[in-house]
Design a protein around this ligand. Sequence first.
Ligand SMILES: Nc1ncnc2c1ncn2[C@@H]1O[C@H](COP(=O)(O)OP(=O)(O)OP(=O)(O)O)[C@@H](O)[C@H]1O
Length: 591
Amino acid sequence: MSPLAGSTDHARRTLPIAAGSVVRAHVGVLLREHRRALAVVLAWHLVAAVAGLAGPWVIGQVVGLVTTGRAAVTDVDVLVVLLGAAVLAETGATWVARRGSFVLSEQVFARLREDFVGSAVRLPLSTVERAGTGDLLARTTNDVDAISYVIRFGVPTVVVSVTTVGVTVVAAVLVSPLAALPLLLTPLVWFLPTRRYLRLAGPGYLWEHATYARLNGVAAETVEGAATVDALGLRATRGERFADAVRESHDAERYTTGLRLRWFPWLEVGFFAPIAGALLWGGYLSWHGVVPVASATAVVLYVQRLLDPLGELVGLLDEIQFAATSMSRILGVGEVPPDRVATGAEPADDHLVAEGVRYAYRPGHDVLHGVSLDLRPGERLAVVGPSGAGKSTLGRLVAGVDGPRTGRITVGGVPLVDLELDTLRGQVALVTQEHHVFVGTLADNLRLPRPDAGPGQLESALAAVDALDWAQRLPEGLETVVGSGGHELTEAQAQQVALARLVLADPHTLVLDEATSLLDPRAARHLERSLAAVLTGRTVVAIAHRLHTAHDADRVAVVDDGRVRELGSHDELIAADGDYAALWRSWRDEG
Ligand SMILES: Nc1ncnc2c1ncn2[C@@H]1O[C@H](COP(=O)(O)OP(=O)(O)OP(=O)(O)O)[C@@H](O)[C@H]1O
């Protein structure tokens, strides 16, 4: 398999990658947005470059005077003073220009980063889950770093170098077009190898980036699941996977390094050929009296002055190529289509209805085959069924985490996917065991669903879940910094914070997935009381994996193979003597 075929296959499995034209258009927009600052910076660099040209010209004049034997001390003095003034002007203008470039770069980078963070947090959850964390992590770290380097150091250098090269070439040609002819050697030598390199380097770097994403994914997954890896003795398998990811990364880096190794020698030739040429050609011309010695000297010095800026430009070409692929990966994040578009419609009431819902994780493989459910406000509905029947999937759809492929799930007549996320979370929430405590004060953590909640509301939410006591006893009460590096909350406390957040969000419907819910047998007894307090007065859809919870519900839905097979109260289903009755009897007999 060719390395590049691997890259496209990988790219398809992960987040999108923006096309080159999109990257160019975006760079264009960024440049246009900052065009005024860019013009000022360019003007200062121009001043610095022009001031820098005085040196070779003055030296050329001195050489000319000396070789013709017409050198008067005063003439040389004037030239030296001129040289000093030029150096001072060049230094001052360079300082102002570089400072301006850095400020501009920081502004451009800040804008880019804000856009990226905006796109990343808007990503549909299902997309993040499908792509895995590795890819997003790689884009947030490696790719942002690559771009940051180019914007912070590359762009200022490119501006300086391009101005210096442009002005120096013009000066050399003005001094003597004939003596400046060897300058053509550089583009002649560079053209073909550079074109080939740029053609292959783009896909090569994309591949390299994709391998970093894979490496990050494997590493993150292994670290996150370290306990499982240890418990199931998966060290060898994980090690093998890691080695495989490292091997692919190594192959990709070898490939791109090979491209550079074949390109660099031509660059070197392109650097030194015009200097040697200008020296020989200039010597020949002045020897035969075609061009004055002063001009030939100045041209050689100008050509030699090109060495540094050209070297920097070429070095950056590689970094820019690398950053351009990073940019297409970063802009790609913004190309993920939203999984919901808010129409601004407001639900008329709290009535949740699913009609003919189908859903597929993979195209062509529906796991729900036309599910309809009419939730009675305030009821407790238990969803039961064998493993893999589609219960959790249905739960995610009813909570609006994912949108149905066909059919609709509405609240108060409005499809869940037509609601703003903030509005949706005030209607229905999925209760999972994920109770991440963010770094910040306890109050900040509680305010996540309701940023405007006052201290009184925070306290009553804590009181509702029986957590006010311990919260007030924290060193600084609700203003205590919690989360990683702050005050350590116990598992049960963290779960209560999650419950208090639910109280603040105040959704009328809760979807409780027992497999992942707070009803953890290890959780303390009072946690169940906290949960019960949150459930009171709300519509609850409980994905029940234990039949006794189903028994307590107002109605039970039996889901099998992605369809609702039976629906009714416990007593009705027992009387109907169907699947549920059979399940119940076998469970009771076992019990
Ligand atoms: N993220 C996913 N990607 C692909 N397929 C999935 C994904 N999650 C679930 N499935 C598949 O969808 C089907 C329904 O799964 P779901 O988890 O909804 O069933 P369930 O009834 O909740 O099972 P359990 O009781 O074991 O949790 C299964 O065939 C499962 O393999």
